[in-house]
Design a protein around this ligand. Structure first.
Ligand code: ADP
Ligand code: MG
Length: 238
């Protein structure tokens, strides 16, 4: 795991500035939630951290490494998206194993890693099934397992629960929290759900239209909002 620092990050698409100078820092083992309305730049920020988008100016550091120019695969990160994109013709075991096979990890090591994440995510009984034989929550667990076996320093989640029904969303929230405590990994988690943000985060960044409106603990954000936008969006008591 590692800390993550974002200094004066600007990202433009053509002449449109989508991120307008973002400053953030999350400590080693912290849980940073990026929250804000649809279109405010959350996914773009995550994609910049992952290296899927090239930044326009500013700096991103993972631990003490400036990741400028580093290919996504060299950044020690793993990303879980809203759509799980599991390989439909492979079993759960195959889906989790595949990335390790590509990296040339031998079968003994792979089986050990698969067992470890299967225990952690309680999917040991699903390893021989195909994705079509799984529920939404189970698929999301498999997607997390596939990311976990990479042992990333930083884990990125982009609205991973937004396709699940309300009840399952609450269960998975608990699951992710447990996983974070157990793995002591650094997490950056995107959501537009205020309650999810307040219950999961050690630090929350509230974005609006490419600006960082407030960065603080859940207590600060909820009880001491920096401005009307944050108070309104987070439903702070007045
Ligand atoms: P969020 O994840 O908060 O809903 P996004 O980061 O997806 O927001 O998008 C932020 C803004 O950037 C939106 O206005 C979106 O239309 C724009 N945007 C995102 N990706 C691109 C792109 N590849 N080209 C042009 N504009 C984009
Ligand atoms: Mg998004």
């Amino acid at each position: 795991m590692a800390s993550l620092t974002i200094d004066n990050l600007v990202k433009s698409f053509g002449s449109v500035d989508v991120l307008k100078g973002i400053n953030l820092e999350i400590e080693d083992g912290g849980f940073l939630v990026l929250v804000g309305p649809s279109g405010c730049g959350k996914s773009t920020l995550l994609n910049c951290i992952a290296g899927l988008e090239k930044i326009t100016s500013g700096e991103i550091r993972i631990g003490d490494r400036n990741v400028e120019g580093l290919h996504p695969s060299k950044r020690d990160i793993a990303m879980v998206f809203q759509s799980y994109a599991l390989y439909p013709n492979m079993t759960v075991r195959g889906n989790i194993s595949f990335g390790m096979e590509i990296r040339g990890i031998d079968k003994v090591e792979r089986d050990k890693a698969i067992q470890e994440v299967a225990d952690m995510l309680q999917i040991g009984n699903l390893l021989d099934r195909k994705p079509s034989q799984l529920s939404g929550g189970q698929r999301q667990r498999v997607a997390m397992g596939r990311a976990l076996v990479r042992h990333p320093q930083v884990f990125l989640f982009d609205e991973p629960l937004s396709n699940l029904d309300a009840k399952l969303r609450v269960d998975m929230r608990t699951e992710i929290k447990r996983l974070h405590n157990r793995m002591a990994t650094t997490i950056v988690y995107v959501t537009h759900d205020q309650i999810e943000a307040l219950t999961l985060a050690t630090k929350i960044a509230v974005l609006e239209a490419g600006y960082l409106q407030q960065f603080g603990t859940p207590d600060e954000i909820y009880n001491d909002p920096a401005n009307m936008f944050v108070a309104d969006f987070m439903g702070s008591p007045s």
